[in-house]
Design a protein around this ligand. Structure first.
Ligand code: ME8
Length: 530
């Protein structure tokens, strides 16, 4: 069992307000942070996000908007923070690279460490700079003379910079990634970076002349140079913990990071430059980097010219935060590109949330309210044995490796404890969040089937005892589902627990719940949308 969990998102550029892609990464991180808070002490989880506020990109956008840079950036940062609040993002901190007290001392301290290691030197090489990437790119990255990712012409820059000896570290990083000391997930990305490291990487420019890029952090001892935006940005993972300052308790407690989540666009910075910087500074490497794919809209890259940009604020306003979180986590595999369309959103909303979860919870709660005055307690085991979670459960039988034949006779609590939970934990550990949700929804479908099998609405007329066993089991199922979905749908999870009278702060009690007390909700959890 892990003892602490330090998880980060990239820090996002503040040249515009957040888009759906930023939301995607941050929701994934939030789900994993919430999940780990269920498994380890809350104070041992540290979830960091923030904003990357320097660099040419931000300056250019401010100029274009005709605004003072600081004002422009502050406005955009406020939008990120507002969106995270709307989405119930549970970050423990929010780091801003413009924070001179918190971020800058670490960046300069780390710079000096690299310098002490002999890994910083002055050089002068011409190169092609893509403002979109905030990086020097090579001719290989060009299509028709434009950057492949940003569809922009790079600028030819020839200037004196400080360089970082990345080349010295490629051979050192390679085995660490190969043997999973630094895990790269998924495997395809691991192979991609290994191939790149094998080829060897060139040293990278680590500063820009301050006369061109003054909005940034000065190179220690040379105010004529500004620290390159990536060296500045990557350091956020340490500055938030107070590394290199007197206030470094968090650093001692949380470093190394357990998981950096990044999109595929910036994974090379994280899997090559960042580990090289850490090795140079003699710091432990992060344990894992999860690289997710990109979200497209209607099968195409979101772009202003195509007019298919999904504004996350509008989306949340229209669909509700929980439904948006659900879509991002369930409809898209973190390991591949995923698509967003309104039709798909509606289908998932109506199918899984309104008709699936919402309908199930309200049916079960209503029956308990009606037939048992809202209170139902655990019946005797001998009665429970009469209403096993049946043959219908075969779709999950593969999860049980010891007693395939006995699959016909499991109780719902047994099934959750022995089949669902272990499989769910395995999927979460492997970051297969969409599959974890699929498992829960498969289970929900089986619970629906259980209702059909025993028909408690008819059974109540002939056998009260058995009906009690059926409904108690279903309530147990609903409450268990609430626990499993809480990292994804924190509000809905809590609402379900409230409906069944179960406190939401504690972990599920050992042995489960004995009694449920129903409070019928005023509104349905997910009203159907047409
Ligand atoms: O790169 N689909 O910031 P950024 C999914 N400041 N995720 C997407 C996405 C999409 N279409 N578009 C963006 C930077 N993202 C640097 C990072 S970290 C030390 C510095 C997400 O604002 C994804 O996580 O361009 C991607 O890696 C990140 O936003 C890039 O954000």
């Amino acid at each position: 069992m892990k003892e602490k969990f330090y998880i980060t998102t990239p820090i996002y550029y503040t040249n515009a307000s957040p888009h759906l892609g930023h939301l995607y990464t941050t929701v994934l991180a939030d789900v994993l942070a919430r999940h780990s808070r269920q498994n380890i002490k809350e104070q041992n989880v540290f979830f960091l996000t923030g904003t990357d506020e320097h660099g040419a990109k931000n300056v250019k956008a401010a100029e274009k908007a005709g605004k003072n840079i600081k004002e422009f950036i502050d406005e955009n940062v406020a939008k990120f923070q507002e969106l995270w609040q709307k989405l119930d993002i549970s970050n423990d901190d929010f780091i801003r690279t413009s924070d001179q007290k918190k971020h800058w001392p670490t960046v300069q301290f780390l710079w000096k460490k690299l310098e002490e290691a002999g890994d910083i030197y002055k050089g002068n090489y011409p190169g092609l700079y893509c403002v979109g990437c905030e990086a020097f790119i090579t001719k290989k990255d060009l299509v028709d003379g434009k950057c492949r990712d940003h569809d922009q012409k790079p600028e030819l820059i020839e200037e004196e910079n400080y360089f970082f000896r990345l080349s010295k570290y490629t051979k050192k990083i390679e085995p660490l990634i190969k043997n999973n000391e630094l895990r790269i997930i998924p495997e395809t990305r691991k192979n991609e970076i290994l191939a790149l490291l094998k080829e060897g990487l060139e040293d990278v420019s680590f500063s820009r002349p301050a006369k061109d890029i003054s909005w940034g952090i000065s190179v220690p001892g040379d105010a004529s140079q500004t620290i390159y935006v990536w060296a500045d940005a990557l350091s956020n993972y340490l500055s938030a913990l107070g590394y290199g300052t007197a206030d470094n308790e968090k650093f001692k407690k949380f470093w190394p990071a357990d998981l950096h989540i990044v999109g595929k666009d910036i994974f090379r910075f994280h899997a090559a430059i960042w580990p090289a910087m850490l090795l140079s500074a003699k710091l432990p490497l992060p344990k894992a980097i999860l690289v997710h794919g990109f979200i497209t809209a209607g099968g195409k890259k979101m772009s202003k010219t195509l007019g298919n940009v999904v504004d996350p604020f509008d989306l949340v306003e229209e669909q509700g935060a929980e439904a948006v979180r659900f879509y991002l986590a369930k409809a898209i595999s973190p390991f591949e590109d995923g698509d967003f369309t309104e039709e798909k959103f509606k289908k998932i909303y109506n199918g899984d949330l309104a008709n699936g979860l919402g309908n199930f919870v309200s049916r079960v709660a209503a029956m308990i309210a009606q037939y048992f005055n809202g209170i139902i307690s655990k019946p005797d085991d001998s009665i429970l044995a009469k209403v096993p979670f049946l043959h219908s459960f075969k779709s999950l039988a593969h999860l049980d490796n010891q007693t395939n034949e006995k699959v016909e006779g499991f109780s719902i609590p047994y099934t959750i404890e022995n089949l669902i939970r272990p499989e769910y934990e395995k999927l979460m550990e492997g970051f297969e969040l969409h599959s974890a949700l699929n498992l829960v929804w498969q289970f929900l479908a089986e619970l629906d089937k259980y209702v059909q099998d025993y028909q408690p609405f008819k059974l109540i007329k002939t056998d009260q005892e058995k009906t009690q066993a059926v409904l108690w089991s279903l309530a147990f199922g609903a409450v268990s589902v609430a626990w499993l979905i809480k990292p994804f749908l924190p509000e809905t999870g809590d609402k379900i627990l409230k409906i069944f009278g179960v406190p939401s702060t504690d972990n599920p009690p050992a042995g489960g719940w004995q009694e449920f007390k129903i409070t019928l909700p005023k509104e349905s959890l997910f009203p159907r949308k047409d």
